[in-house]
Design a protein around this ligand. Structure first.
Ligand code: LIP
Length: 279
């Protein structure tokens, strides 16, 4: 198969994400119920998550038959091209379940496996079907909201920083995260908990927040959003010496990120050292 440019992969991601977004939005007009619980009783999946992922997986198999796939609801499938699609059909499922119009279809394609420590992201799209906002980026091609080019907000002092974050599905981890956020609150402008990692990363790219950090994210939660934030000029990093992964992710203007990282470590916002990188 002839090598495909990042822009060509981006147009595939955009078309498939928009199609899935329309189905997800339509389903929201009816009743949406929990189909099952996953890692905990509050980590839920709906039938819409599953249907949307099988639509996305089917379309990508038609359009890119040799590529591998790694999705939140249906897991992974190997390929022959060296490219992997990393997909979250509904990021922000709890928002979707409650009818909060802040959830997204997140589709990224990476060179390599679905491993944040080794992949090279080539293209990513994050679509909020409820608002109609489409964020996109191709490696080296910049980040966009619709046709508008995105730049992270200029660096600010810690005290002026509007910081987004999120909490895990495990109560014990949430307790640790909550305690760290309570210690961070008096040091920053304010905190935002919006419930959708991919849109939090896009908010950094668009300058709607100054920083975003979270623990326990899965590859599908950040694959596309992290590329969009980086292409908008953000530094996206993980625990000291590592790239962002399940242990920790921080995204912000590079100056602010370098200021914030040690502060978050001192406040206990990072995982205990023994916590592994893989989910
Ligand atoms: C969610 C993330 C959110 C995080 C939740 C969950 P999901 O992803 O977008 O940032 O706080 O714990 O991981 O489960 O809706 O795909």
């Amino acid at each position: 198969m002839t090598p495909t440019s990042a822009l060509e992969l981006l147009s595939i991601a955009r078309a498939v994400a928009l199609e899935a977004g329309a189905v997800i939005l339509e389903a929201r007009r009816g009743d949406v119920a929990v189909a099952a619980a996953k890692s905990s009783s509050v980590d839920v999946v709906t039938q819409v998550d599953r249907d949307a992922e099988s639509l996305i997986r089917g379309r990508l198999a038609e359009l890119r038959p040799g590529d591998a796939f790694f999705g939140e609801e249906s897991g992974g499938g190997s390929g022959t091209t060296g490219l992997t699609w990393v997909v979250d059909p509904i990021d922000g499922t709890v928002n979707y379940l409650y009818g909060i119009p802040h959830y997204a279809v997140s589709i990224a394609v990476v060179e390599g496996d679905a491993d944040p420590q080794s992949w090279r992201a080539l293209a990513g799209v994050v679509v909020n079907p409820a608002s109609g906002e489409l964020y996109s980026a191709a490696a080296g091609g910049g980040a966009h909201l619709g046709d508008r080019a995105l730049r992270v907000a200029d660096a600010v002092t810690l005290g002026q920083a509007l910081v987004a974050t999120g909490f895990a599905y495990l109560a014990a981890t949430r307790a640790e995260q909550g305690a760290a956020v309570a210690r961070l609150l008096p040091l920053v402008r304010d905190i935002r908990r919006m419930g959708t990692a991919s849109l939090d990363l896009c908010a950094v790219a668009a300058g709607r927040v100054n920083a975003y950090f979270e623990r326990t994210l899965n590859p599908w939660d950040h694959a596309a959003g992290a590329l969009i934030a980086e292409e908008a000029g953000a530094l996206v990093t993980g625990v000291p010496g590592a790239r962002a992964d399940h242990r920790f992710l921080l995204a912000a203007h590079p100056e602010l990120a370098r200021m914030l990282a040690p502060v978050l470590a001192d406040l206990g916002a990072l995982p205990p050292p023994h916590e592994g990188s893989a989910r």
